[in-house]
Each structure stands twice: as structure tokens, then as C-alpha cells.
Design a binder for this molecule. Structure first.
Ligand SMILES: [Zn+2]
Length: 241
């Protein structure tokens, strides 16, 4: 038996329930804002918990505030807030050390994680047989990949583009998240500025940012054109999903 197999078996024994199933997996569910990512995260957690499995639920910079996963259709639950310094492997091992179980990890807002976090998640899957379900945006407002999302594309066992229809104002599928500053589609700036889709006025993460910032999902054509459509000032379209 190859050494890595010994390691897996040992890690499973350490995890406490003797699991060595068909193999854990790292799954990345991605889609634009309003695609139902957080809703699905909560649903998957619920489904696993019903089967007696125990999960660790983590998030970062949820729009509802630290330590909470919120979905746009009103569901929510407490979650562990992580930072750059968090080692997700240690988070799981600490639970085990305290006598708890962790069969799976749910990671919401994963685009805010670091590449190191993604490496840690892959190690949890491979070394400890813990299932990981990651949810987040693939691309930022410039249509460039978030570093963590890119790493997840490279490492995940399964990539799932969420199919819940999010439409651009023109009716085409909404693919890209536009950052709208003072009514204009923004092309440059900090990658992480937390805003929401419901209100025209948001508080940016960085206090130095003076503009009114919101986000709107657009098709590629209208993202490229910077065309927010005839109801540009309403920004209410995402309330549908
Ligand atoms: Zn469009």
C-alpha cells in the first residue's frame, strides 16, 4: 500500500468514526450574485444534518455581518467567521480534539478566501476524508477571477455552475457582476468592496471609498458596454431570486 493510503486511513481513524467511504470531494458551486449560492449552502447543510452528519460551516464577509450566512430569500444561520490567518485544517482538528465530529465543511463567500485556504480545504478532503462544499463568485466586477476561485477551478473534484436564472435587464442570462459607482459601471478599484444588490446606497468595506457603490448582474454584452439598462437607478431586479 502506498504511503499516502496509509495516511488517509490513519486520518480517517483519527476523525473518529472509521469512515473510509468512496472518497470525499471538493466541490465548488459558483454563479453570479443572486444565483442562490448561500441558499444552496444552507440547504446542503440541512440535508446532511438530517442524515446525522455533522458539519462545520464557515464564511467570510457576509453582507449580514460577521459569523452569519444569509441568503437573499430570507434564510440564515450562524457560521464561523474566518480571516486570512485562519487555518481551516486546524479549525477542523480543534473540533476533533474537543471530541466533536466534522464530516463536511461548508464554505460560503469563498471568493473572499485566500489561495492558502483552498489548499487547506484540498488537504482536508485528501488527508482527512472530509467533504468540502464551497460557494462563491467566480469573477469580480472587472470580470477577472478571484484568486481563491481560480484555485478552486484548478483543484476541485467537481465544478457546478448554478443554473438558477439570473437575468440581465435585457433578458439574457446574467453572467457578470458589475460594480456600479455613482451610477456608472466601474472598471478598476479594490477587488473587495462589499455591497449589496438591494439598495442603491451601500457602505463600502473601505471607508476611504467615497462613492455610492452597488452591484448589478449583467450579461457580457452589457457589462462590456457599461449599459445598466432603462431602470438603472432601481437595482431591484435581484429581488426576484
Ligand atoms: Zn444584457
Amino acid at each position: 500500500m502506498a504511503p499516502e493510503h496509509d495516511d488517509v486511513a490513519l486520518a480517517c481513524a483519527v476523525s473518529g468514526d472509521g469512515r473510509l467511504r468512496s472518497g470525499a470531494a471538493l466541490k465548488f458551486f459558483h454563479g453570479p450574485m443572486g444565483a442562490g449560492k448561500s441558499t444552496l449552502a444552507l440547504q446542503i447543510d440541512h440535508n446532511h444534518a438530517r442524515q446525522g452528519r455533522v458539519g462545520l460551516v464557515v464564511t467570510r464577509l457576509d453582507r449580514a455581518g460577521p459569523g452569519w450566512i444569509s441568503s437573499r430569500i430570507g434564510l440564515g444561520r450562524a457560521a464561523e467567521e474566518i480571516t486570512d490567518e485562519t487555518d481551516l485544517r486546524e479549525l477542523v482538528r480543534d473540533r476533533w480534539a474537543d471530541g466533536g465530529r466534522v464530516d463536511y465543511v461548508i464554505c460560503d463567500e469563498v471568493h473572499f478566501y485566500t489561495e492558502a485556504h483552498v489548499e487547506q480545504l484540498a488537504e482536508l478532503v485528501d488527508g482527512s476524508d472530509v467533504d468540502v462544499y464551497a460557494f462563491g463568485l467566480a469573477t469580480d466586477f472587472r470580470t477577472r477571477m478571484f484568486p481563491a476561485a481560480k484555485r478552486l477551478f484548478e483543484l476541485s473534484d467537481e465544478l457546478v455552475r448554478l443554473q438558477v436564472e439570473v437575468l440581465c435587464w435585457c433578458g439574457r442570462p446574467g453572467l457578470l457582476n458589475a460594480r456600479v459607482e455613482d451610477g456608472v459601471v466601474s472598471r478598476e478599484g479594490a477587488q473587495f468592496v462589499v455591497g449589496d444588490t438591494d439598495d442603491a446606497v451601500e457602505t463600502p468595506l473601505t471607508p476611504a471609498e467615497p462613492a455610492e457603490i452597488r452591484y448589478q448582474v449583467l450579461c457580457r454584452r452589457h457589462h462590456r458596454a457599461g449599459d445598466l439598462g432603462p431602470t438603472a437607478n432601481l437595482a431591484g431586479q435581484l429581488r426576484l431570486v
